[in-house]
Design a protein around this ligand. Sequence first.
Ligand SMILES: Nc1ncnc2c1ncn2[C@@H]1O[C@H](COP(=O)(O)OP(=O)(O)O)[C@@H](O)[C@H]1O
Ligand SMILES: [Mg+2]
Length: 251
Amino acid sequence: MAILEINSVSKRFGGLTALDNVSFQVEEGEIRGLIGPNGAGKSTMFKNIAGFQVPTTGSIHYQGQSIEGKQPHTIAEMGIVRTFQETTLFQELSVFENALVGTHIRARSNVFSAVLGLDRQKQQAANDRVMEVLDFMGLIERKDQLASELPLGSQRALALSIALVSEPKVMLMDEPFAGMNGEETSHMMDLTRKVRESGITIVLVEHDMKAVMGLCNYLTVLNFGQVLAQGTPEEVRNNDKVIEAYLGGAR
Ligand SMILES: Nc1ncnc2c1ncn2[C@@H]1O[C@H](COP(=O)(O)OP(=O)(O)O)[C@@H](O)[C@H]1O
Ligand SMILES: [Mg+2]
């Protein structure tokens, strides 16, 4: 059964149609690539799935349940999280403290009790979970460093860690490879695979074709808000419409 079902979703901003009757399904356990030229509607799709925007028309089902229009924190509690961008890390907090933020993504009612130290048992559980994730992501030696001191690769690993701490079932990753060199890309690919192997379904928006082709089992291609093509990386790579969409402007 599909864990995520996008059914005829359109999103309009005034006269601009950012998503135009988009439908696709994501199977549990896959790494789905959502690719397309700039302005195709990829980030808008993520915002609509995660509840930061509401589709103009259409429906989004998660584990068979309709979620469009639900609040972002409700959707996060249900198990869908977007990864943080490095710009949303708390630069003056440590790696550990940043990761602790992830424990509040789901347990919203615990924020104040955690901050006020009212519930030591829950605090200990949160600390344990953070240490487990930092270990898993190879960040344990850096746990006391400030986020601002981290190299790019570690900042992205921390962004991933914050999401992981909340024990998601689906992770929406928006351009996690942007600006990375070859070595950083390989490391991030390894981490992404590890996340998938831990049982989390991943939807990956990414321009880095090495990462997309190397990680994804299936791709959905958006262009001008519409689904242009779907298929395996091999099929998509050889699809004339896709080649035209990517190279058309360059010719
Ligand atoms: N909040 C918004 N208001 C108006 N237009 C928007 C808004 N968000 C995105 N758009 C427009 O919708 C289109 C798709 O944007 P986006 O989803 O960010 O594309 P992508 O992530 O594929 O590059 C673009 O034309 C963009 O300018
Ligand atoms: Mg985008």
